[in-house]
Write a protein of this length. Structure first.
Lengths: 270, 263
């Protein structure tokens, strides 16, 4: 009976974690470049096995506890890799990615980081940077991009940046347009490496195994919206509440039964 | 536990509330000459890494993916969109609009230079070109009281016909300023901006050179706020706010259930 209470507890615990994750996805409903996290669960090993995994663990399998199961636990959180909707902003330094890939950035503290959020700006020296001012945007060879120098080198004054779908950078201005021979740094990962990227906040990701992106397309003047799906999240929230309640009901029921047993069983009828 | 979900959802609510404030300000300035639209940018907050991807598991294998739970959203920045606004022809002699990147330079009462895109100028009692707030254009341009037939060319030269003459005389030249990063300018109200460390130093020059832009005489640059886009943003911000409020309700409900376990 006490074991059952523990099992119900694991259920409630997992539902709580689900709610926390849902709340984060919801809070980032309007964060450009945000990709929602999906939690998954797995069966928890029965208590006796979890505590004793030695060579003779098999011998204890006759225990009733092993047949009951140990409840549930969190297995993993996975980033939803689906494409977010593109929203046109018309801003010269907003970029959205379509397909698999990330912008390459150089963060002041974390070094090389990756992001799907392409709302960039430039600093006072003309470097292309992220909005929080913490990271430089890099080109395909990992060099920082200085818009002012790009324009100056090509003799184009008052340069505007023009980025084509493959990320190649051109500048145009009073003196016409010119290719710079440089491209936005775009990286992709193998499925395994992509799953291992860790989130740093600020829609930044960090991890190993980056290689030049093959199939990603850049859209200038647009941003990729959050992949959080409000309808789905809402439905899941109802689901979480009810599942939590059910676990709690069961816990209460077990408590009551146990109470009956302790207080009433074996007593002489009055 | 559910307490964290409460904070996460409330971070969403407060960020969205600020976005509604920004939208309200944009909409309030839909008819302000030279106004540039603000945009609120969001970013996600830190993540709690319950388990890191790639760690060795007790069973000997490595975890292919990790387990991390985020803690909400924050406002990353609110910055101006310096897209060109539409042109409205007014026919007024002292109305000017800039088509390009430049800013008019305005001398403030404290001697500092401020910058503006709004070119609805006036003539003060001494004939100086001033803003509606009485601040002088810089370099100062004085238009004699008896001058007629004032014209402003694309490159900013102001000419007027003086009494007794048939040809127009040049009486001043407008100089514009531009910034590497105009988003870094500090908006101080009255359509004025101040230079900051983030904007870079002002670079001055004549209209039509480089990307300073052309002067359009007898026209004003309208606010670049797009009402339809703001309305759509307002709707989605409101709904997102609602749904975050619902997450708070859910967390509350779950805590109530836990609280009533022993009731």
């Amino acid at each position: 009976m006490l074991h059952g209470i523990g099992v119900s507890c694991t259920g409630a615990h997992v539902e709580m974690a689900r709610l926390e994750n849902l709340a984060n996805n919801l809070a980032n409903l309007r964060t450009p470049g945000f990709r929602q996290d999906l939690l998954s669960f797995m069966q928890r090993p029965p208590a006796s096995l979890a505590h004793d995994s030695g060579p003779d663990a098999q011998d204890h399998r006759h225990n009733l506890l092993d047949l009951q199961g140990g409840g549930v636990q969190l297995a993993q959180s996975r980033v939803d890799g689906r494409q977010g909707a593109l929203e046109t902003t018309g801003n010269e330094l907003d970029f959205a990615l379509e397909g698999r890939g990330y912008f390459m950035l150089e963060h002041a503290r974390h070094g090389r980081v990756y992001s799907r959020a392409g709302a960039f700006t430039q600093d006072k020296d003309g470097f292309l940077i992220s909005r929080d001012g913490q990271s430089f945007v890099l080109d395909h060879e990992g060099r920082r991009l200085n818009l002012r120098e790009l324009g100056r080198a090509l003799g184009v004054s008052g340069a505007r940046l023009e980025v084509s779908e493959d990320g190649s950078l051109a500048v145009s201005g009073n003196g016409g347009a010119a290719q710079t021979g440089r491209r936005l740094g775009l990286a992709e990962f193998s499925e395994q490496d992509e799953a291992r990227l860790s989130k740093l906040g600020h829609t930044l990701l960090m991890g190993q195994g980056a290689r030049p992106a093959q199939s990603v397309r850049v859209k200038q003047g647009a941003l990729e919206m959050s992949t959080s799906d409000a309808t789905l999240l809402m439905a899941e929230m109802v689901n979480v509440s009810r599942a939590y309640e059910a676990n709690m009901k069961l816990l209460k029921l077990q408590d009551q039964t146990l109470g009956e047993l302790i207080n009433n069983a074996g007593q002489q009828p009055a | 536990m559910a307490i964290r979900a409460l904070h996460t959802a409330s971070s969403g609510m407060s960020a969205l509330q600020t976005q509604v404030d920004v939208i309200a300000n944009n909409l309030a300035n839909v008819n302000t000459v030279g106004f540039k639209q603000d945009r609120a940018n969001f970013a996600d907050l830190l993540y709690q890494e319950v388990r890191r991807a790639g760690l060795r598991q007790p069973e000997g294998n490595t975890a292919p993916v990790g387990l991390s739970i985020g803690s909400g959203v924050k406002l990353d920045s609110i910055d101006k969109e310096f897209r060109q606004g539409g042109m409205r022809v007014t026919g007024n002699n002292f109305d000017m609009a800039i088509e390009g990147d430049g800013f008019f330079q305005i001398l403030m009462f404290n001697g500092q230079t401020a910058y503006t895109r709004s070119g609805n100028l006036f003539r003060d009692k001494d004939g100086n070109l001033v803003t509606a707030g009485g601040l002088k254009l810089q370099p100062n341009i004085t238009i004699p009281a008896e001058a007629t037939g004032i014209t402003v060319s694309e490159d900013g030269r102001i000419s007027a016909i003086m009494p007794g003459q048939s040809n127009a005389d040049e009486i001043g030249q407008i100089e514009l300023a531009r910034f590497v990063n105009p988003k870094g300018l500090q908006a101080i109200g009255d359509n004025l901006f101040l230079e900051t460390d983030a904007s870079g130093r002002a670079e001055t020059g004549s209209p039509t050179t480089s990307s300073f832009g052309r002067i359009r005489h007898q026209a004003l640059e309208e606010s670049n706020v797009e009402v339809v886009k703001e309305m759509v943003d307002l709707i989605s911000a409101q709904r997102a706010y609602e749904i975050n409020a619902n997450a708070i309700k859910s967390a509350d409900e779950m805590m109530r259930v836990a609280n009533n376990l022993r009731a």
